[in-house]
Design a protein around this ligand. Structure first.
Ligand SMILES: [Fe+2]
Length: 438
């Protein structure tokens, strides 16, 4: 292939990674699991529990100027205003720190879920919003072609103990053209109407079902969906003066079986390494050595991962993170959970590096390209030993402790389609992943 032609193919594939409609839309005949009650969405309050650097917080978004009543273990507790109403966000975001060992928390009339003593079902979703940007017009009004709500229902039916969103919640950036029934009536821009339609309304069932860990995606940088992110979902305190938080500091979630370390890679330059950024990420990765092992790294952009291969070369791999992480990743980091590529992917490497899981098929346009065996792929000088690369189907993943005679330790990760049917299963032990189809 001539170089110019190859570059053209590569460019079109890279663009497809973020914006191309899937060639394999799911069948309308697929059956969704029965709906479950929305525990967290009452008339004017949406509430949930999420992990932050200091532990756990209950949060609420309300149409009113004051925060709803709340209680912890039956004792009244005052929620604090995190974000006051603003022109594009005519509602109040409230927060309440939860003490370790709390056994009940109620916001308004809604009892919120608290952490399991030993989480055994960890749901992972990513890249969930509905694409409206320029010529890329997803059918936001079609629950099959934009199936985030269906995926939420399927996850909730499996009763997860914890939900991890690996980023990219907000996708409606430009208006739906007149005459397009698929997206007619959709809001656009960084405002509450979009955040409600892209995330809070479809996610309500799951927000009320389990505590969450929220990871920031590149769609939540300031200038895209960053205001809504910072007001409501950011773990750190809201930067009121700026209206949008800059890059967030890392934080850790200490769980009984592992430490979840959340790193904000939303602005990590992808096609060309940024040396200044790489130095900052290198420091953050090196500092993960202070956490109790094993550490699972949660970051939106994966490191040694690709949206697919073109003529034997990866596309969409992140040059800045690769520069930062090589020789800087502490031994206790065993797994990296990410999204960004709109696929399901599991990679473990010949080199002694953490296994990589990509869960980016949660609703937005899927990557094109074929599924295949990634063994032998070379990504920024790192070689894939084993794993899987699955394209063309929406869905989510569930991590559960592996407990069988053939896999006595480690974790099992199952890839489910949007209706909750299992597609593939992998076993992750240490830094090694092995996969098999259902
Ligand atoms: Fe992304």
């Amino acid at each position: 292939m001539r170089l110019s032609k190859f570059i053209g193919v590569l460019s079109s594939m890279a663009a497809a990674c973020f914006a191309q409609p899937s060639l394999a839309q799911p069948s309308l005949s697929e059956t969704a699991p029965p709906p479950v009650a929305r525990a967290s969405e009452s008339a004017d309050v949406i509430s949930w529990v999420q992990y932050v650097a200091q532990g756990l917080e209950a949060r609420a978004v309300t149409d009113r100027a004051s925060c709803p009543a709340a209680s912890i273990d039956g004792t009244p507790a005052a929620m604090q205003v995190r974000a006051a109403p603003a022109s594009d966000f005519p509602n109040t975001v409230c927060t309440l720190s939860l003490p370790f060992g709390a056994t009940s928390v109620v916001v308004g009339s809604t009892a919120l879920p608290l952490p399991a003593s030993m989480p055994k079902r960890i749901a992972v979703i990513g890249d969930t919003g509905c694409r409206l940007k320029g010529i890329y017009l997803q059918a936001c009004n079609d629950p099959v072609r934009w199936p985030f709500r269906q995926i939420v229902t399927a996850i909730a039916a499996k009763k997860p103990d914890l939900v991890i969103h690996v980023g990219d919640y907000h996708y409606r950036e430009t208006p739906c053209p007149k005459g397009d029934a698929g997206c007619a009536g959709s809001p656009f821009g960084d405002n509450w109407n979009v955040w409600r339609e892209d995330f809070f309304a479809p996610a309500a069932t799951l927000l009320g079902a389990a505590p969450w860990v929220m990871v920031r995606g590149n769609h939540e940088v300031c200038g895209r969906g960053g205001q809504g992110w910072s007001r409501a979902l950011e773990a750190a305190a809201f930067d009121v003066a700026r209206g949008c938080n800059g890059t967030s500091p890392p934080f850790a979630v200490p769980l009984p079986q592992m430490t979840l370390a959340v790193v904000d890679t939303s602005n990590a330059a992808e096609p060309v390494a940024d040396a200044t950024q790489a130095a900052a990420f290198r420091a953050e990765y090196s500092a993960l050595a202070r956490y109790r092992s094993p550490v699972w790294l949660l970051q939106h952009r994966p490191i040694w991962s690709t949206g697919g291969m073109v003529a034997g070369l990866p596309f969409g791999d992140n040059k800045t993170l690769a520069l930062a992480a090589r020789d800087a990743m502490p031994e206790q980091v065993q797994l990296s959970l990410s999204g960004h590529h709109h696929i399901f992917q599991v990679l473990s490497y010949v080199e002694n590096l953490p296994a990589q899981i990509v869960v980016g098929h949660g609703g937005d346009y899927l990557n094109i390209g074929r599924s295949g065996d990634p063994a032998g792929w070379v990504i920024n000088g790192v070689t894939v030993r084993s794993g899987l690369h699955h394209t063309g189907k929406f869905g989510f993943a569930m991590l559960e402790p592996a407990a069988s005679e053939t896999a006595p330790d480690g974790w099992q990760i199952t890839n489910y389609d949007q209706t909750g049917q299992p597609l593939q299963r992998c076993h992750v032990a240490g830094r090694t992943a092995t996969c098999a189809s259902e």
